[in-house]
Design a protein around this ligand. Structure first.
Ligand code: PMP
Length: 363
Protein backbone atom coordinates (compact mmCIF):
# COMPACT_ATOMS: atom_id res chain seq x y z
CA UNK A 1 0.00 0.00 0.00
CA UNK A 2 1.29 3.41 -0.87
CA UNK A 3 0.33 6.72 0.65
CA UNK A 4 1.59 10.29 0.70
CA UNK A 5 4.78 10.63 2.72
CA UNK A 6 5.08 13.45 5.19
CA UNK A 7 8.19 15.51 4.59
CA UNK A 8 10.79 14.51 7.22
CA UNK A 9 10.93 18.09 8.49
CA UNK A 10 7.15 18.05 8.98
CA UNK A 11 7.35 14.70 10.75
CA UNK A 12 9.87 16.31 13.14
CA UNK A 13 7.32 18.90 14.29
CA UNK A 14 5.55 18.54 17.62
CA UNK A 15 2.15 20.15 17.13
CA UNK A 16 1.44 23.15 19.34
CA UNK A 17 -0.49 21.99 22.40
CA UNK A 18 -2.72 24.67 23.92
CA UNK A 19 -3.30 24.68 27.68
CA UNK A 20 -6.19 22.63 29.04
CA UNK A 21 -9.29 24.44 30.16
CA UNK A 22 -11.08 21.58 31.92
CA UNK A 23 -10.33 19.75 35.14
CA UNK A 24 -9.69 16.00 35.49
CA UNK A 25 -13.46 15.53 35.92
CA UNK A 26 -14.11 17.35 32.63
CA UNK A 27 -15.62 20.41 34.37
CA UNK A 28 -14.69 23.71 32.71
CA UNK A 29 -12.10 25.80 34.55
CA UNK A 30 -11.57 29.55 34.58
CA UNK A 31 -8.82 29.94 32.00
CA UNK A 32 -5.70 31.58 33.39
CA UNK A 33 -3.67 29.57 30.92
CA UNK A 34 -3.82 31.44 27.61
CA UNK A 35 -2.77 35.00 28.56
CA UNK A 36 -6.14 36.48 27.65
CA UNK A 37 -7.55 39.71 29.05
CA UNK A 38 -9.53 39.18 32.29
CA UNK A 39 -11.47 42.39 31.53
CA UNK A 40 -12.74 40.74 28.34
CA UNK A 41 -13.04 42.77 25.15
CA UNK A 42 -13.55 46.47 24.56
CA UNK A 43 -17.30 47.25 24.56
CA UNK A 44 -16.71 49.20 21.34
CA UNK A 45 -15.32 46.08 19.65
CA UNK A 46 -18.17 43.97 21.00
CA UNK A 47 -20.78 46.33 19.60
CA UNK A 48 -18.96 46.42 16.25
CA UNK A 49 -19.15 42.61 16.22
CA UNK A 50 -22.82 42.65 17.25
CA UNK A 51 -23.68 45.08 14.46
CA UNK A 52 -22.35 42.77 11.74
CA UNK A 53 -25.27 41.35 9.82
CA UNK A 54 -25.11 38.49 7.37
CA UNK A 55 -21.58 38.28 5.92
CA UNK A 56 -21.73 39.86 2.46
CA UNK A 57 -18.83 38.12 0.78
CA UNK A 58 -15.07 38.14 0.88
CA UNK A 59 -13.44 40.68 3.17
CA UNK A 60 -11.15 43.47 2.01
CA UNK A 61 -8.06 41.47 0.99
CA UNK A 62 -5.74 44.27 2.08
CA UNK A 63 -7.34 45.21 5.44
CA UNK A 64 -7.07 48.83 4.27
CA UNK A 65 -9.23 50.46 6.93
CA UNK A 66 -7.54 48.48 9.67
CA UNK A 67 -4.04 49.28 8.41
CA UNK A 68 -4.98 52.96 8.24
CA UNK A 69 -6.28 52.87 11.84
CA UNK A 70 -3.14 51.07 13.10
CA UNK A 71 -0.96 53.53 11.17
CA UNK A 72 -2.76 56.50 12.67
CA UNK A 73 -2.51 55.24 16.26
CA UNK A 74 1.17 54.35 16.05
CA UNK A 75 2.39 56.94 13.54
CA UNK A 76 3.31 54.34 10.91
CA UNK A 77 2.78 54.56 7.14
CA UNK A 78 0.10 51.92 6.32
CA UNK A 79 2.28 50.85 3.36
CA UNK A 80 4.66 49.49 6.02
CA UNK A 81 1.97 47.36 7.68
CA UNK A 82 0.59 43.90 6.89
CA UNK A 83 -2.26 42.24 8.79
CA UNK A 84 -2.51 38.54 9.50
CA UNK A 85 -4.67 35.75 10.88
CA UNK A 86 -3.28 36.38 14.32
CA UNK A 87 0.38 37.28 14.62
CA UNK A 88 1.06 33.53 14.40
CA UNK A 89 0.45 33.70 10.67
CA UNK A 90 2.94 36.53 10.29
CA UNK A 91 5.63 34.73 12.31
CA UNK A 92 5.21 31.72 10.04
CA UNK A 93 5.31 33.84 6.89
CA UNK A 94 8.46 35.62 8.05
CA UNK A 95 10.35 32.33 8.13
CA UNK A 96 8.77 31.05 4.93
CA UNK A 97 9.77 34.18 3.02
CA UNK A 98 13.36 34.34 4.25
CA UNK A 99 14.53 30.84 5.22
CA UNK A 100 14.45 27.34 3.77
CA UNK A 101 16.38 24.06 3.87
CA UNK A 102 19.98 24.59 4.99
CA UNK A 103 19.18 27.90 6.68
CA UNK A 104 19.18 28.50 10.42
CA UNK A 105 16.60 30.31 12.52
CA UNK A 106 17.76 31.49 15.93
CA UNK A 107 15.75 31.98 19.09
CA UNK A 108 16.19 31.73 22.81
CA UNK A 109 15.43 28.70 24.96
CA UNK A 110 12.18 29.09 26.89
CA UNK A 111 10.60 31.32 24.31
CA UNK A 112 7.45 31.13 22.18
CA UNK A 113 6.58 27.58 21.10
CA UNK A 114 5.62 28.64 17.59
CA UNK A 115 9.21 29.59 16.56
CA UNK A 116 10.50 26.01 16.15
CA UNK A 117 7.30 25.00 14.36
CA UNK A 118 7.46 27.99 11.99
CA UNK A 119 11.10 27.08 11.30
CA UNK A 120 10.72 23.35 10.73
CA UNK A 121 7.70 23.65 8.47
CA UNK A 122 9.92 25.46 5.96
CA UNK A 123 12.66 22.84 6.19
CA UNK A 124 14.95 25.31 7.99
CA UNK A 125 16.95 24.40 11.09
CA UNK A 126 15.93 25.74 14.50
CA UNK A 127 18.86 26.87 16.66
CA UNK A 128 17.89 27.27 20.29
CA UNK A 129 20.29 29.43 22.29
CA UNK A 130 20.60 28.99 26.06
CA UNK A 131 18.83 31.69 28.01
CA UNK A 132 20.04 33.25 31.25
CA UNK A 133 17.75 33.84 34.23
CA UNK A 134 14.75 33.06 32.00
CA UNK A 135 15.71 35.86 29.60
CA UNK A 136 17.26 35.95 26.13
CA UNK A 137 21.07 36.15 26.43
CA UNK A 138 22.09 38.71 23.82
CA UNK A 139 25.80 37.80 23.80
CA UNK A 140 25.04 34.08 23.48
CA UNK A 141 22.59 34.78 20.65
CA UNK A 142 25.14 36.85 18.77
CA UNK A 143 27.76 34.14 19.30
CA UNK A 144 25.38 31.59 17.78
CA UNK A 145 24.99 33.48 14.50
CA UNK A 146 26.58 31.63 11.56
CA UNK A 147 26.73 32.38 7.83
CA UNK A 148 23.57 30.22 7.55
CA UNK A 149 21.52 32.30 10.00
CA UNK A 150 18.60 33.91 8.16
CA UNK A 151 16.07 34.84 10.86
CA UNK A 152 16.35 35.74 14.57
CA UNK A 153 13.25 35.76 16.78
CA UNK A 154 12.94 37.62 20.06
CA UNK A 155 9.67 37.81 21.98
CA UNK A 156 9.63 40.96 24.09
CA UNK A 157 8.13 40.58 26.66
CA UNK A 158 8.93 36.90 26.39
CA UNK A 159 6.37 34.11 26.60
CA UNK A 160 6.40 31.93 28.75
CA UNK A 161 8.81 33.68 31.14
CA UNK A 162 7.43 37.26 31.11
CA UNK A 163 10.97 38.69 31.09
CA UNK A 164 11.77 41.83 29.17
CA UNK A 165 14.83 43.00 27.28
CA UNK A 166 15.42 46.71 27.72
CA UNK A 167 15.85 48.95 24.69
CA UNK A 168 19.68 48.94 24.91
CA UNK A 169 19.79 45.12 24.76
CA UNK A 170 17.40 44.98 21.81
CA UNK A 171 19.50 47.60 20.03
CA UNK A 172 22.72 45.71 20.84
CA UNK A 173 21.33 42.46 19.48
CA UNK A 174 20.14 44.13 16.31
CA UNK A 175 23.42 46.01 15.84
CA UNK A 176 25.41 42.77 16.16
CA UNK A 177 23.45 40.95 13.46
CA UNK A 178 24.56 40.90 9.83
CA UNK A 179 22.32 43.21 7.80
CA UNK A 180 20.99 40.34 5.72
CA UNK A 181 19.55 38.54 8.76
CA UNK A 182 15.88 39.24 9.46
CA UNK A 183 15.31 40.32 13.06
CA UNK A 184 11.74 39.57 14.15
CA UNK A 185 10.75 41.37 17.32
CA UNK A 186 7.56 39.72 18.53
CA UNK A 187 5.69 42.25 20.65
CA UNK A 188 2.51 40.31 21.41
CA UNK A 189 2.59 41.66 25.00
CA UNK A 190 4.08 45.10 24.32
CA UNK A 191 1.03 47.06 25.47
CA UNK A 192 1.52 45.72 29.00
CA UNK A 193 4.93 47.36 29.31
CA UNK A 194 5.02 50.85 30.85
CA UNK A 195 5.20 53.29 27.90
CA UNK A 196 8.46 54.83 29.18
CA UNK A 197 10.11 51.39 29.04
CA UNK A 198 9.15 50.54 25.46
CA UNK A 199 11.86 48.59 23.65
CA UNK A 200 12.29 50.85 20.64
CA UNK A 201 11.04 48.23 18.18
CA UNK A 202 8.99 50.59 16.01
CA UNK A 203 11.93 52.98 15.67
CA UNK A 204 14.24 50.09 14.70
CA UNK A 205 11.72 48.83 12.15
CA UNK A 206 11.42 52.33 10.71
CA UNK A 207 15.18 52.85 10.45
CA UNK A 208 16.44 49.47 9.19
CA UNK A 209 15.73 47.14 6.29
CA UNK A 210 15.92 43.95 8.36
CA UNK A 211 13.54 44.49 11.29
CA UNK A 212 9.98 43.19 11.47
CA UNK A 213 7.88 44.00 14.54
CA UNK A 214 4.76 41.90 15.15
CA UNK A 215 1.76 42.83 17.30
CA UNK A 216 -1.53 41.16 18.11
CA UNK A 217 -5.13 41.96 18.96
CA UNK A 218 -5.37 38.70 20.95
CA UNK A 219 -3.95 39.95 24.24
CA UNK A 220 -4.66 43.43 25.60
CA UNK A 221 -7.36 44.05 22.96
CA UNK A 222 -9.17 40.87 24.01
CA UNK A 223 -9.86 39.74 20.44
CA UNK A 224 -8.17 36.32 20.40
CA UNK A 225 -11.37 34.76 19.02
CA UNK A 226 -11.17 36.93 15.90
CA UNK A 227 -7.56 35.95 15.03
CA UNK A 228 -5.98 39.21 13.99
CA UNK A 229 -2.44 40.52 14.24
CA UNK A 230 -0.14 42.81 12.29
CA UNK A 231 3.47 43.46 11.43
CA UNK A 232 5.47 46.51 10.44
CA UNK A 233 8.77 46.78 8.65
CA UNK A 234 10.49 48.03 5.53
CA UNK A 235 8.38 47.88 2.33
CA UNK A 236 10.42 44.98 0.90
CA UNK A 237 9.62 42.89 4.01
CA UNK A 238 5.92 43.74 3.81
CA UNK A 239 5.99 42.91 0.09
CA UNK A 240 7.49 39.48 0.81
CA UNK A 241 4.78 38.65 3.36
CA UNK A 242 2.03 39.94 1.08
CA UNK A 243 3.17 37.59 -1.69
CA UNK A 244 2.65 34.47 0.39
CA UNK A 245 -0.15 35.28 2.82
CA UNK A 246 -3.68 34.04 2.28
CA UNK A 247 -5.43 36.48 -0.07
CA UNK A 248 -8.35 37.05 2.35
CA UNK A 249 -6.49 36.23 5.54
CA UNK A 250 -8.28 38.58 7.93
CA UNK A 251 -12.04 38.08 8.16
CA UNK A 252 -14.45 40.99 7.74
CA UNK A 253 -15.57 40.75 11.36
CA UNK A 254 -11.97 40.67 12.58
CA UNK A 255 -11.17 43.81 10.59
CA UNK A 256 -14.25 45.63 11.92
CA UNK A 257 -13.70 44.56 15.51
CA UNK A 258 -10.01 45.48 15.44
CA UNK A 259 -10.72 48.97 14.06
CA UNK A 260 -13.31 49.53 16.83
CA UNK A 261 -10.92 48.18 19.46
CA UNK A 262 -8.16 50.58 18.34
CA UNK A 263 -10.62 53.42 18.83
CA UNK A 264 -11.16 52.46 22.48
CA UNK A 265 -7.79 53.27 24.01
CA UNK A 266 -9.51 53.85 27.38
CA UNK A 267 -10.12 50.10 27.53
CA UNK A 268 -6.49 49.41 26.63
CA UNK A 269 -5.26 51.75 29.36
CA UNK A 270 -7.66 50.29 31.94
CA UNK A 271 -6.43 46.82 31.02
CA UNK A 272 -2.79 47.87 31.32
CA UNK A 273 -3.31 49.50 34.71
CA UNK A 274 -5.34 46.57 36.03
CA UNK A 275 -2.67 44.15 34.86
CA UNK A 276 0.23 46.10 36.35
CA UNK A 277 -1.49 46.44 39.74
CA UNK A 278 -2.62 42.84 40.06
CA UNK A 279 0.65 41.45 38.65
CA UNK A 280 2.72 43.39 41.20
CA UNK A 281 0.42 42.38 44.06
CA UNK A 282 0.61 38.71 43.09
CA UNK A 283 4.38 38.91 42.51
CA UNK A 284 4.90 40.36 46.00
CA UNK A 285 2.85 37.53 47.51
CA UNK A 286 5.00 34.97 45.69
CA UNK A 287 8.21 36.74 46.75
CA UNK A 288 7.09 36.32 50.36
CA UNK A 289 7.16 32.55 49.78
CA UNK A 290 10.83 32.75 48.79
CA UNK A 291 12.00 31.00 51.93
CA UNK A 292 9.62 28.14 51.23
CA UNK A 293 11.06 27.17 47.87
CA UNK A 294 8.81 29.34 45.70
CA UNK A 295 10.47 31.76 43.25
CA UNK A 296 8.81 34.26 40.96
CA UNK A 297 10.26 35.65 37.73
CA UNK A 298 9.71 39.43 37.41
CA UNK A 299 7.24 39.92 34.57
CA UNK A 300 6.43 42.77 32.18
CA UNK A 301 3.63 40.78 30.57
CA UNK A 302 0.09 39.71 31.57
CA UNK A 303 1.27 36.47 33.16
CA UNK A 304 3.71 35.42 35.83
CA UNK A 305 6.08 32.45 35.91
CA UNK A 306 6.25 30.84 39.34
CA UNK A 307 8.93 28.26 40.12
CA UNK A 308 8.52 25.55 42.75
CA UNK A 309 11.54 24.06 44.49
CA UNK A 310 10.45 23.10 48.00
CA UNK A 311 7.94 20.55 49.23
CA UNK A 312 5.46 21.39 46.50
CA UNK A 313 5.96 20.41 42.87
CA UNK A 314 4.58 22.50 40.02
CA UNK A 315 2.30 19.62 39.05
CA UNK A 316 0.87 19.37 42.58
CA UNK A 317 0.35 23.13 42.64
CA UNK A 318 -1.39 22.98 39.26
CA UNK A 319 -3.71 20.24 40.53
CA UNK A 320 -4.54 22.24 43.65
CA UNK A 321 -5.23 25.34 41.57
CA UNK A 322 -7.46 23.25 39.26
CA UNK A 323 -9.28 22.01 42.36
CA UNK A 324 -10.10 25.65 43.11
CA UNK A 325 -11.47 26.04 39.57
CA UNK A 326 -8.58 27.57 37.60
CA UNK A 327 -6.55 26.35 34.64
CA UNK A 328 -2.90 27.48 34.61
CA UNK A 329 -0.08 26.41 32.30
CA UNK A 330 2.49 23.73 33.12
CA UNK A 331 4.99 23.56 30.26
CA UNK A 332 7.01 20.38 29.80
CA UNK A 333 10.28 22.26 29.16
CA UNK A 334 9.76 24.30 32.33
CA UNK A 335 8.84 21.36 34.51
CA UNK A 336 9.36 23.13 37.85
CA UNK A 337 7.23 26.15 36.87
CA UNK A 338 3.67 27.28 36.32
CA UNK A 339 2.74 30.15 34.04
CA UNK A 340 -0.25 31.94 35.52
CA UNK A 341 -2.15 34.55 33.52
CA UNK A 342 -3.01 37.66 35.53
CA UNK A 343 -6.74 37.41 36.21
CA UNK A 344 -8.95 39.56 38.38
CA UNK A 345 -7.65 40.72 41.75
CA UNK A 346 -9.96 38.30 43.58
CA UNK A 347 -8.84 35.36 41.43
CA UNK A 348 -5.15 36.12 41.98
CA UNK A 349 -5.63 36.61 45.72
CA UNK A 350 -7.35 33.23 45.89
CA UNK A 351 -4.48 31.54 44.04
CA UNK A 352 -1.86 33.32 46.16
CA UNK A 353 -3.65 32.18 49.36
CA UNK A 354 -3.80 28.65 48.05
CA UNK A 355 -0.11 28.55 47.11
CA UNK A 356 0.88 30.08 50.45
CA UNK A 357 -1.12 27.34 52.19
CA UNK A 358 0.47 24.62 50.06
CA UNK A 359 4.00 25.94 50.60
CA UNK A 360 3.39 25.78 54.34
CA UNK A 361 1.96 28.64 56.35
CA UNK A 362 0.23 31.77 55.22
CA UNK A 363 1.55 35.15 54.16
N1 PMP B 1 3.75 35.80 20.09
C1 PMP B 1 3.76 35.44 21.37
C2 PMP B 1 4.99 35.67 22.19
C3 PMP B 1 2.61 34.85 21.94
O1 PMP B 1 2.62 34.48 23.22
C4 PMP B 1 1.47 34.65 21.13
C5 PMP B 1 0.21 34.05 21.67
N2 PMP B 1 0.31 32.99 22.50
C6 PMP B 1 1.54 35.02 19.80
C7 PMP B 1 2.70 35.61 19.31
C8 PMP B 1 0.46 34.77 18.81
O2 PMP B 1 -0.73 35.35 19.09
P1 PMP B 1 -1.86 35.50 17.99
O3 PMP B 1 -1.60 34.53 16.89
O4 PMP B 1 -3.10 35.23 18.72
O5 PMP B 1 -1.73 36.91 17.50
Amino acid sequence: MSRPTMKPYVAAIHAYVPGKSAGADGKPLVKLSANENPLGTSPAALSALASIGKPAGYPDPDSKELRAAIGELHGIDPARIVCGTGSDELLNLAVQAFAGPGDEVLFSRNSFAVYPIATRRCGATPVEVDDRDFRADVDAMLAAVTPNTRVVFVANPNNPTGTYLPREDVAKLHAGLPEDVLFVLDQAYAEYVAPEDEDGGFALAAAHENVLVTRTFSKIYGLAAERVGWATGAPHLIDALNRIRGPFNVTASAQRAAVAALGDQDFVEASRVHNAEVRERFTRRMQMLGNRGVAVVPSEANFVLVQFGGEVTAKAAQDAIAGAGYAVRHLPELDSCLRITVGTRAQMDEIADLLAGLAGGSN
